[in-house]
Design a protein around this ligand. Structure first.
Ligand SMILES: NC(=O)c1ccc[n+]([C@@H]2O[C@H](COP(=O)([O-])OP(=O)(O)OC[C@H]3O[C@@H](n4cnc5c(N)ncnc54)[C@H](OP(=O)(O)O)[C@@H]3O)[C@@H](O)[C@H]2O)c1
Length: 327
């Protein structure tokens, strides 16, 4: 099959299209003919050599796929070749065929095309897991989302607004993206390059702080995040784009009874991901199939242009998702 392979680690130029062996579905897995996949920030980090796939998983890039079932492994029931599906994978998405655990498959709603379906699993499941299942966001609460133009955070903002209509949503973004973030339903958008977000959050919440922060910046934002959190607030860290190591003021943490939660989805067990997928199907999929929320597609590239697609994400010009179409 055709796949994106990496000739070492480094910039986009290490990626190229090559012929590789088509994978065979083992027990409880299905093989999906991939019609679209999408670029996630984690793919960039893997390409640079800082985010290896979990042991036993494909070392081909790509964390989510959409397409049609091509073959079933032993013990798979309830699915048939030809079914339109989307799913989370721990690797292997940038290819004509990818293996997906049957429990991680989601039928593509009739109202959704495969291009859009390729933007659902990594970002919307990450957003739902961390904001709702781990973060406990609910009616009457306030949340701070960082990087409102990104894949995960456009998804998080949409889900928060749809599931918690009376919630207060504060988002940081860079200058060219502020209006579009506001249009997605934010109550306050902070230009993180021009403003001190902790000062703005405290002013907007009348010095109370927010109940929850979804953060992927890490070290650079730890102090300001803790200043922005209310008493009893939760900081869920899902990325370290701004560094991994930072001092924590534990006195501040205990006096304010705050929680810092770290979370990754990729290396969780098959069972954990299945449980997360089930909760997602119950609580978020209806919003997507009913088109109350919809992934924002910035641009679709043919997979042969994967270098340009990565370059675009690294330039941070994108708003929403970058798709790779696989013909
Ligand atoms: N732990 C998990 O399970 C998990 C799963 C999926 C993703 N993630 C992580 O989530 C993050 C987002 O992933 P993604 O695929 O959505 O990437 P993405 O589309 O590139 O989004 C990242 C966003 O962050 C913004 N940003 C950069 N520096 C910032 C700063 N200092 N303050 C605020 N915003 C900033 C960027 O835009 P501007 O530069 O225009 O602001 C961009 O919109 C990544 O760190 C990824 O590794 C974690």
């Amino acid at each position: 099959m055709k796949a994106v392979v990496m000739r070492g680690f480094g910039g986009p130029e290490v990626m190229e299209i090559a012929e590789v062996t088509t994978p065979e579905p083992g027990p409880n897995r299905v093989r999906v003919r991939v019609l679209a996949t999408s670029v996630n920030r984690a793919d960039i980090i893997q390409r640079q050599g800082h985010y290896p796939p979990p042991p036993g998983e494909s070392d081909i890039l790509g964390l989510e796929v959409a397409g049609r079932i091509d073959a079933l492994g032993a013990g798979v029931s309830g699915w048939n070749p030809g079914d339109r599906v989307m799913g989370l994978v721990a690797g292997g998405g940038y290819a004509e065929y990818a293996l997906v655990y049957a429990e991680h498959l989601i039928p593509i709603p009739e109202t959704m095309n495969v291009t859009t379906a390729a933007c659902v699993n990594e970002t919307y499941i990450t957003a739902y897991l961390n904001v709702f299942m781990l973060g406990g966001f609910h009616s009457g609460q306030s949340v701070l989302l960082h990087g409102g133009g990104g894949g995960v955070n456009t998804a998080a903002l949409q889900i928060c607004r749809a599931l918690v209509p009376d919630g207060t949503i504060i988002v940081t973004a860079s200058s060219g993206k502020l209006e579009r973030v506001m249009d997605l339903g934010a109550d306050l958008v902070i230009d993180y390059k021009a403003q001190d977000f902790a000062v703005e959050v405290r002013a907007f919440t009348r010095n109370r702080g927010v109940d929850l922060i979804l953060d992927h910046i890490g070290a650079d934002y730890l102090k300001a995040n803790m200043k922005s959190l209310a008493i009893g607030g939760r900081l869920v860290v899902i990325g370290v784009m701004g560094g991994a190591a930072a001092p924590v003021n534990l006195a501040h943490l205990l006096v304010k009874r705050q929680h810092i939660i770290g979370s990754v989805i990729r290396s969780r067990s098959v069972e954990e991901k299945a449980a997360i997928t089930t909760a997602f199907k119950e609580n978020v999929l209806p919003l997507l199939s009913g088109r109350r929320i919809e992934p924002l597609i910035h641009r679709i590239y043919p997979i042969e242009s994967v270098r340009d697609a990565h370059g675009e994400m690294e330039s941070s010009r994108h708003f929403g998702k970058i798709v790779l179409a696989v013909q």
